[in-house]
Design a binder for this molecule. Structure first.
Ligand code: FAD
Length: 399
């Protein structure tokens, strides 16, 4: 499907135009690139290729699980954000990219020529190769995953099995935040277990936020397992391997549900010529260009820079999206683009219903005020200001 606002010169497959920018993937990185590029007065034709109907503001997915916000407040149709800005949307998946002829091929068989390409396809839904993982665990990365988790919670609450264990795998920010919400939702009807491979939870987080999270998990009665690896999952049992002082202890937990948050693989459309991935991602230089390819940028979770390793999060993706638009314009003018510099603006974590912790600008605080401030900050971070404003009004009116 090809959708645009009818403005002349916006068609991606116009043979007379040779400066079309194609962006593959409309997550934080790709959508920000498209919107930033469209702000330039004489911007090139912009085409965003994205299979989903809605952009989803993932940092608020936890509040969707708990019912603290509504679906429409975090899921925004691409077409509303793009058409008024003259950005064409192709609601499809890119299957392959021929960098020699500068063409991308979509799942329906369309071939589109680009002058410059941005790859921002993020992480796929496929996770690690652990026996039974795909079949027996829930994921947490999309609206459909939230629906499945909510349905599962309902079933657990209705079941009369007295020994109920629910496991969250992965003690990074996603696992910890989800665990805190689940603990509040399930309130003692089930034992919650959080499994982490590292020696501590939230190993990439700020010390204050980590401490607050540990306190919250303890207060909510969550059982935390550190230095523990999942080795197999069956319908009813999770097999674990724990490491301490050079000894390995095997154990298993009977479960009534598992959510996996401990990592996913990137899925890069087939590239010709093929590129060797670094750290399982596309290697990029400081200008966000894929090493070894001309006129191709990669940004967001899919990209990896060996010299400076930026975290994989929405903050980096958005900043790279803005930077990518500047790089594209500079390259079109045959200028040398500026290097991308990540500006770390702090970290916010939700720690259950109505609770959060924030470390930013040298200040640390937690509790219900942090929860409200986190909400306000996120509204200002919505890629499209008007949708943020709509969400803000709904919150203020208690809708
Ligand atoms: C539950 C959850 C909570 C999070 N909370 C936070 C948080 O609080 N703070 C924070 O900074 N980060 C958070 N993150 C991480 C953050 O969301 C990601 O780092 C960010 O989304 C990466 O942006 P991206 O554009 O690279 O990829 P994504 O946002 O994953 O977007 C990739 C897009 O590409 C599309 N796509 C994939 N393959 C193709 C293809 N072949 N053709 C066309 N399109 C394709 C996908 O449909 C998707 O829309 C969270 C992530 C999750 C899952």
């Amino acid at each position: 499907m090809f959708e645009n606002d009818g403005r002349p010169g916006i068609m991606a497959n116009n043979p007379d135009k040779n400066n079309t920018v194609i962006i593959i993937g409309g997550g934080f990185a790709g959508l920000t690139t498209a919107l930033s590029l469209a702000k330039y007065q004489h911007h090139p034709p912009i085409v965003l290729i994205e299979p989903q109907q809605n952009f989803v503001f993932l940092p608020l997915l936890f509040e969707l699980v708990s019912g603290e916000i509504k679906y429409w407040q975090i899921a925004h149709p691409y077409i509303h954000m793009l058409s008024k800005r003259g950005i064409s949307l192709i609601k499809e998946r890119v299957v392959s990219i021929d960098c020699d002829s500068q063409k991308v091929n979509t799942s329906s068989g369309q071939t589109l020529k680009y002058a410059q390409l941005v790859i921002s396809t993020g992480l796929g839904s496929e996770s690690l190769d652990i026996p039974g993982l795909q079949e027996h665990s829930l994921m947490f990365q999309s609206l459909i995953d939230v629906k499945r988790i909510r349905e599962h919670i309902k079933r657990i609450k209705l079941s009369d099995n007295p020994k109920k264990n629910f496991l969250v795998i992965g003690g990074g920010s996603t696992g910890v935040e989800l665990c805190c919400k689940l603990a509040d939702l399930l309130k003692g009807t089930i034992s919650l277990h959080l499994i982490e491979l590292e020696k501590q939870l939230l190993s990439k987080s700020r010390a204050f936020n980590r401490e607050q999270a540990q306190k919250a998990l303890k207060a909510k009665g969550v059982h935390v397992y550190l230095q523990t690896k999942v080795i197999e999952i069956t319908k009813d049992v999770v097999k674990l391997e724990s490491y301490s002082n050079d000894t390995v202890v095997n154990s298993s937990i009977q479960h009534q549900g598992i959510v996996w948050t401990a990592g996913r693989k990137v899925v890069v459309p087939a590239l010709n010529p093929p590129i060797i991935l670094k750290n399982h991602r596309l290697p990029i230089n400081s200008h966000l260009e894929v090493k070894g390819l001309r006129n191709v940028l990669a940004i967001g979770d899919i990209a990896f820079n060996e010299e400076k390793t930026w975290p994989s999060n929405a903050q980096v993706a958005v900043q790279q999206g803005i930077a990518a638009s500047k790089v594209l314009i500079a390259l079109q003018k045959n200028q040398i683009p500026n290097s991308f510099e990540f500006e770390d603006r702090g970290e916010m974590l939700s720690l259950g219903c109505g609770q959060a912790t924030i470390t930013a600008f040298g200040i640390t605080f937690s509790g219900p005020i942090a929860f409200q401030i986190r909400k306000i900050i996120y509204i200002t971070k919505f890629p499209d200001f008007s949708t943020g404003l709509r969400t803000a009004s709904a919150w203020l009116m208690g809708l």
